[in-house]
Design a protein around this ligand. Structure first.
Ligand SMILES: Nc1ncnc2c1ncn2[C@@H]1O[C@H](COP(=O)(O)OP(=O)(O)OP(=O)(O)O)[C@@H](O)[C@H]1O
Ligand SMILES: [Mg+2]
Length: 205
């Protein structure tokens, strides 16, 4: 595959959507074709699954069922959107991916990071990002950027702290494929750091 697969991870309100928009714009200005997408969702079936897993209507959804739904949506997303775009040689920018499942379901829900990772790898036929950008923020600060909360955002702060720790642990295990940035920095400064890293990676590729 000739494309380049970038994933943004980080807690609620970390600034993922903000930075994805800025990076997309910067890369398109350079003449690159960017497919911007998000998880859970990204396909019609995936958006339906997103509605189920994030809706307060389904409060108390069984954690294993929740993990399988996320993996199912991801499999569909990779098969229909991400892999085809990479095969066309595009840059794919995805809001959340496998590490979200590992952090939220594997660590914070206690289902086991290894098992959740393997489930996602099976679902996606082993597709891993080329680069994962972690926007790191104390959940109290990230959640403070919002007023409305969905089902996962309404989890206790301690749950979100476990998610944060999980992202940092994942990045530490594989520093070459991760860029961890302090999400409290200025929006433009973060965007510049991301663009510098991505430009460097794309030149090498
Ligand atoms: N570096 C920053 N400093 C201060 N405020 C920021 C920063 N980045 C984003 N914001 C603001 O914080 C809010 C949340 O940002 P954004 O929606 O990009 O986060 P997100 O990670 O995509 O959140 P979600 O988890 O809901 O998708 C927005 O109002 C945004 O303008
Ligand atoms: Mg967002």
């Amino acid at each position: 595959m000739s494309g380049y697969f970038i994933v943004f991870e980080g807690g609620e309100g970390a600034g993922k959507s903000t930075q994805e928009a800025l990076l997309t714009e910067a890369l398109e200005e350079r003449g690159l074709t960017v497919t911007r997408t998000r998880e859970p969702g990204g396909t019609p079936a995936g958006e339906e699954i997103r509605r189920v897993v994030l809706s307060p209507e389904f409060e108390g959804l069984d954690p294993r069922a929740e993990a399988l739904l996320f993996a199912a949506a991801r499999g569909e997303h990779v098969a229909r959107v991400i892999r085809p775009a990479l095969e066309r040689g595009e840059v794919v920018i995805c809001d959340r991916y496998l590490d979200s499942s590992v952090a939220y379901q594997g660590y914070a829900r206690g289902l086991g990071p290894r098992r959740i990772r393997d489930l996602s790898l099976w679902a996606t036929n082993e597709l891993l990002p080329d680069l994962t950008i972690v926007l790191d923020i104390d959940p109290a600060d990230g959640l403070g950027r919002f007023t409305e909360r969905d089902r996962l955002e309404a989890e206790p702060l301690d749950y979100h702290r476990q998610v944060r720790a999980a992202y940092l642990a994942l990045a530490e295990e594989d520093p070459e494929r991760y860029l961890v940035l302090d999400a409290r920095d200025d929006i433009q400064a973060i965007a510049a750091a991301i663009l510098a890293r991505v430009s460097g990676d794309l030149e090498q590729a």
